[in-house]
Design a protein around this ligand. Sequence first.
Ligand code: KG4
Ligand code: ZN
Length: 338
Amino acid sequence: MKKNNIKILAIESSCDETAAAVVEDGRKVLSNIISSQIDLHTIYGGVVPEIASRKHIENINLVIRDALKEANVTFDDIDAIAVTYGPGLVGALLVGVGEAKALAYGLKKPLIGVHHIKGHVFANLIEHENLKPPFVCLIVSGGHTEIAIVKDYNDFEIVAATRDDAAGEAFDKVARSVGLGYPGGPKIDRAAKLGNPFAIEFPKARVNDSKYDFSFSGVKSAVLNYQNKANMTGEKINVNDLAASFQRAVVEVLVEHTVTVAKDYNIKNVAMAGGVASNTALRSLMEGKCSEEGLKLHFPSPVYCTDNAAMIGVAAYYEYLNGNFKDLALNAVPNLEL
Ligand code: KG4
Ligand code: ZN
């Protein structure tokens, strides 16, 4: 089997973006098409799974057509079809998985199943040519908050996780409760820039019995209590101060634990992945702490932090090299483990 000029057509439909990309040799993104459903779900204040699935069906052939066109290739040039098969919303995942299986069968191409979070981590390889395992990666998305040690391309060890909500989920819930709306992360990020992060002291997002694990339920409840108290006393809330203070409580712990893991495991390269990795406060604090500690920090451009198919094409390349192919029995696995 050839090892160079491997072009993979990758499909991602695990949540509310329908995406397709063509990636060459796991690093070179020839196209990256994303059809976002954010506007559609905004009126409901969050992703409605049934609507997401229906929209994926409408859009999937269009994004694939555009991905091939932008990459200036045809199906003949494609060496394998890759798809996210979990974790995510089952109905949403099924649209991508069904499409990928149909293409693989019809075109007689190998089929590769990709773990969504592995894709997020490998998004770091797109723009950082010199980044190679081992590295420590903070994974912060709407459904995940973990610290992984990427020992090799196919060898991940999860050393920290959240005991309750994911970081992005906490951002989304707090944003909704203070009336900033959906999607919460970018809205809190923006509001926080106008606020004082030291205005309110919220509890830190950590747990007592673990050096590395996270817990976001305490800080989330503290924000809700703060709001209820203000409502009862008729006190006006400064939303920008609240956003900035909440964000500080979350971001400081994310940075502290990631740097601790890198030092404890003596790994010099640090990366960040997932939607929350585009948070400006997280990026700047992580940058500062890493440079203080002599660590090298990497993070993807915002377009590769949130859901996209290019990252799936990157992760798929390493499955391809390992000969790790799926057959037509491939199914969506909503709670797929890493
Ligand atoms: O990785 P992603 O696109 O989807 C999942 O796999 O979950 O992450 C989406 C999450 C949402 O919770 C969103 O609010 C959050 O990432 N997010 C942010 C920012 N941009 C997106 N959180 C904080 N600050 C941001 N700038
Ligand atoms: Zn994601």
